[in-house]
Ligand binder design. Structure first.
Ligand SMILES: [Ca+2]
Ligand SMILES: [Ca+2]
Ligand SMILES: [Ca+2]
Length: 285
């Protein structure tokens, strides 16, 4: 009797196991799938940049200038092919302000030019510093991240981060008068027979730090959207090109020549207000 009961229980268990195994595919077929599984991440997403022009009046200021801060105003114009790729140009008119370093150096310099001393006079120092009346760039921009920021636990502001690279342009200016920069042949022999030796005084040489420059541009920034078509635009831009901001004898060979210029990074912080055109925003399905 005991043996019989055991066999019945074993048979029931076996039947149950078979049923369980057979039931698995059926259960899968019956399982309801949430429609989210096949859906896009965000529906009715606002296309804040795709297919739009962006015009941004902006303010820019140098953040790493040694002798002259450049501050100025301008604009950028960009076209966004998609959420991630855009092309643009930026241009700024700048004015120059002496840095704290210049204000510190200037009072310590000699009043009148004295070729016997290596130290420049006040005029010899100040008139060869250059400024940057115009600068700008043409670039490609990539926007790898966008999303929403919670602000004050209430408002959700759309934002994106972008990186840019391209070609930089700058117009440099220095105005050393003939009364100061009067060496006709810096670092070289001169005279009718080339018999006059170099004066070994770089302080009366042309600073060679004015004119047009082409170089490399890189930038990175963030848009914070205030509404469907206006965004705060904060950007760090590096306009890198050949420059010698002091117009001085940088390589210490007692003459100012083109060898004193070097490839330099000109870092600016920019703040602009981007306006997107058309102003009506499209949405994803
Ligand atoms: Ca001197
Ligand atoms: Ca000289
Ligand atoms: Ca030199």
């Amino acid at each position: 009797m005991k043996k019989h009961t055991f066999l019945v229980v074993a048979a029931l268990l076996a039947a149950e196991a078979a049923n369980f195994g057979a039931g698995i595919p059926e259960a899968h077929a019956d399982r309801r799938q949430n429609s989210l599984a096949n859906d896009v991440a965000v529906r009715h997403r606002r296309l804040l940049v795709r297919g739009r022009f962006e015009l941004a009046p902006l303010f820019e200021s140098t953040i790493n200038a040694d002798f002259r801060h450049i501050i100025g105003g301008g604009a950028k114009l960009e076209y966004h092919l998609g959420d991630m790729l855009s092309f643009g140009v930026v241009g700024v008119f700048g004015t120059a302000l002496n840095t704290g370093l210049v204000k510190k150096i200037e009072p310590t310099l000699e009043d009148a030019a004295d070729p016997a001393t290596r130290e420049p006079s006040r005029d010899e120092f100040m008139t060869r510093l250059n400024s940057m009346p115009i600068h700008g760039a043409g670039y490609v921009s990539i926007t790898p991240w966008y999303g929403k920021l919670a602000a004050f636990s209430q408002a959700y502001l759309a934002f994106d981060f972008y990186f840019q690279a391209g070609v930089a342009y700058a117009q440099l200016k220095s105005d050393c008068p003939a009364s100061v920069c009067n060496d006709p042949s810096p670092g070289m022999s001169s005279g009718p027979d080339g018999m006059t030796p170099p004066d070994n005084n770089p302080n009366n040489d042309d600073p060679l730090n004015s004119g047009s420059r082409l170089g490399l541009y890189i930038g990175g920034g963030i848009h914070v959207f205030m509404n469907d078509f206006i965004a705060l635009d904060l950007t760090i831009r590096d306009y890198a090109f050949t420059d010698n901001p002091s117009g001085a004898d940088f390589n210490a060979n007692l003459a100012v020549t083109k060898d004193d210029a070097r490839f330099m990074h000109h870092l600016f912080f920019g703040m602009g207000v981007s306006i997107m055109f058309p102003t009506t925003v499209k949405r994803t399905p």
